[in-house]
Design a protein around this ligand. Sequence first.
Ligand SMILES: C[S@@+](CC[C@H](N)C(=O)[O-])C[C@H]1O[C@@H](n2cnc3c(N)ncnc32)[C@H](O)[C@@H]1O
Length: 273
Amino acid sequence: MDALTRSAWTDASYKHALKMLHDRSGIIVGEHKMKSSERLLEGLRKEFGFVTIDDFLMALDKDRDHTGWPAFINSFTINHTAFFREPHHFEILAQHIEKLRTNCAIWCASCSTGEEPYSIAMVLNEIVGEQAACPRIVATDIDSQAIKRAKAGVYSLDRLTGISEERLRRHFLKGNNQFEGMAKVKPALSARVEFSELNLMSFSWPKPAMFDVIFCRNTMIYFDHDTQVRLVASFARSMKPGGLLFIGHSETLASTTDQFTLLGQTVYKRNHR
Ligand SMILES: C[S@@+](CC[C@H](N)C(=O)[O-])C[C@H]1O[C@@H](n2cnc3c(N)ncnc32)[C@H](O)[C@@H]1O
């Protein structure tokens, strides 16, 4: 890193970057990440051809449509996920789908690289059958790179350890030759999921009272309380009464809403009023 860029990275620059990130995405990054943030932003500075990181930040600040925005946001997202993460949720989901069958509209609101919505799709296909006509699972995330990987549906075999042998055979194609050690979701599974980029903070969401199920797991932990309150109110508007909201094991809706009732194991039911 040259002297010019190093001298440009100050406490004030860091606070500026974090405020821009928060205003745009809701994400809060801890104060201790100053050094790693500098490394990330230094890479972007070079990629987008600016002299200092501050110049890059100013360019983003001035133009909401600047091509550097997605890369800036992607640098700070944490995409950790897994197939059938928190497996008890998928048992509760299966019981709900059993009741609604092909009428079950599902939104996976922070789908990362696809493991979560494809897990949901496996459960759905196993209950209603691969040929059944039902609404596609809406799967969204702010991170453009994660969505690209999700759409590709290709995973290394060590990512598939949470999946039973039977499910692997039914829903995945194992690669060979240059794809040795990889597997791809079968067309019947990918056909069930519609991926797109969506910033939850834009609140330009699907129609009101549309969903029977929303998954938004391990994402609200990155937002402050006010943002969580707004988000949960919007989820409530997007759900049908009696619908289920799944959140992460370390998250809670306590003190954010009176529109949901806790069923247990971080699963909430949308109230009927
Ligand atoms: C830790 S991952 C959780 C993935 C998955 N839901 C799970 O539990 O395995 C958090 C995801 O939230 C996404 N995210 C963060 N802020 C977001 C926002 N404002 N809008 C949409 N997605 C967001 C990130 O890009 C990331 O993929």
